[in-house]
Write a protein that binds this ligand. Structure first.
Ligand code: FAD
Length: 406
């Protein structure tokens, strides 16, 4: 049977897809340059190895330090005196997008180091703390982690049990944190705990501090190419200069989460581009019933859905990024971005998985890795449900997070 007329060669089809969803004309030269640099790095350093790391449950930490030392991405929106470059938030978003095209673990590394470690030290730290940590975090010389979640405290971080109690001239930290990205690799942990007055405080705990241990989560079936650890603090001493002076309520860690969620919204877009491009290429090559499966309307519908959602998600990310650069971003915009784009990317990965048939569940093809990782991204940094509730509260004025006991 002759093949359908006008069928595109897969490589040309992907190039055409990229030109159709492109937002190039809406970006500045600097933003395009950052995107292209990260894209080249991902093609060279990430994509050839990430599948093996996912299978082996390893993360190439020393390679990832190059995001700071070579690409200058860690904390890039901060001022130069703290190791940043004053990059636009859109440029930072594009970097997240390109990294997650390679893998969610790589983008998680950037999110944590920039949004959850450097941001709180810059926003809530003393000048001495900023000078001590930020330049070394920016270069990747040291790695940080962010400990908010606990075994019994996830979506409701206000229920945390970790305590920071006064003892003599100093303090002592006790408690446990769960699911902490970079935990066992971290030279410094930003840990959230309640003080004697029940206020949430941010504490900087360095690796090797007595009573501080980290143990890796080894039974993960998502985000395998990423370090995730449980942290434990037993009678861990904290000096006054280890406490972030500007953080005195739950609002402080929530502000950090908003930074990371912004990057995640862009990152998910990269994952969706990856699964869409690979689904398109595969559909043009895979033949059944004498035709490429791309010739069947049911498969074209899936591709059209993914294309439309990716194009819309790009515009949303760019709009939210421009609002952030203009200083007029509200937290509800970030929830809108994280909720929509991660959901969209998860649906794209699911559809691509279907289109790959049995090969979609094979580790020899890259779709399953993205689908599995997006399950974690859908849950962390505020679950999809939680962002739905944030939008609901913004629209109605009624918070519906908790049910009062009957
Ligand atoms: C790979 C990975 C990396 C992570 N990295 C970090 C990190 O670096 N630092 C950190 O602090 N945490 C990290 N987390 C933890 C993550 O932020 C939490 O998993 C997340 O906040 C959800 O908490 P939970 O898993 O305890 O789920 P729960 O809060 O127990 O939620 C369970 C279910 O109930 C739903 N639910 C909860 N409350 C409500 C409500 N009010 N209304 C309706 N539905 C509700 C949720 O949507 C979810 O479906 C990571 C998690 C993963 C998987």
């Amino acid at each position: 049977m002759p093949l359908p007329t006008g069928r595109l060669d897969p490589a040309k089809a992907v190039a055409r897809l990229r030109s159709l969803v492109s937002i190039d004309a809406l970006l500045t030269d600097e933003e395009r340059m950052v995107r292209d640099q990260v894209r080249a790095f991902v093609a060279r350093e990430v994509l050839p190895h990430v599948g093996r790391h996912f299978e082996d449950k390893t993360f190439p930490l020393d390679e990832a330090r190059r995001l700071g030392s070579e690409l200058g991405l860690f904390g890039c929106t901060l001022p130069p005196e703290y190791g940043g470059s004053g990059a636009s938030h859109v440029a930072y978003g594009l970097a997240n997008q390109e990294l997650e095209y390679g893998g969610s673990g790589w983008r998680s590394m950037l999110s944590v180091q920039s949004g959850l470690v450097m941001y709180p030290i810059h926003a809530f730290g003393s000048e001495a703390q900023r000078r001590r940590y930020l330049p070394r975090l920016a270069s990747g010389e040291i790695i940080g982690c962010f400990g908010l979640t606990e075994p019994n405290s996830g979506s409701d971080p206000g229920s945390m049990r970790t305590t920071l109690r006064r003892r003599g001239d100093g303090w002592v930290l006790d408690g446990a944190k769960a699911w902490i990205t970079n935990g066992s690799a971290a030279d410094v942990a930003v840990v959230w705990a309640k003080d004697d007055d029940g206020r949430v405080r941010g504490v900087l705990v360095e690796r090797g501090t007595p009573g501080f241990t980290a143990r890796d989560e080894t039974h993960k079936y998502a985000m395998r190419a990423s370090i995730t650890s449980a942290l434990s603090f037993e009678d861990t001493p904290v000096e006054e200069d280890g406490i972030l002076p500007g953080a005195r309520s739950l609002g402080a860690p929530l502000r950090c989460l908003n930074q990371a969620r912004y990057g995640i919204g862009w990152g998910a877009l990269g994952s969706a581009c990856f699964t869409l491009e690979h689904a398109l290429g595969y559909a043009l090559e895979r033949e059944q019933f004498g035709s490429p499966i791309a010739a069947f309307q049911l498969q074209q519908e899936k591709l059209a859905w993914m294309f439309a959602e990716v194009a819309k998600a790009y515009l949303l990310a760019l709009h939210v990024g421009r609002l952030k650069d203009a200083g007029s971003l509200e937290h509800v915009h970030v929830s809108l971005l994280k909720r929509n784009n991660v959901w969209m990317a998860r649906e794209c990965a699911r559809l691509a998985r279907e289109m790959f048939g049995a090969y979609g569940v094979s580790g020899e093809y890259p779709i399953w890795r993205h689908l599995a990782d997006l399950e974690a991204v859908y849950t962390y940094e505020g679950t999809h449900d939680v962002h739905t509730l944030i939008l609901g509260e913004a629209l109605t004025g009624i918070p519906s997070f908790r049910r009062d006991p009957a």
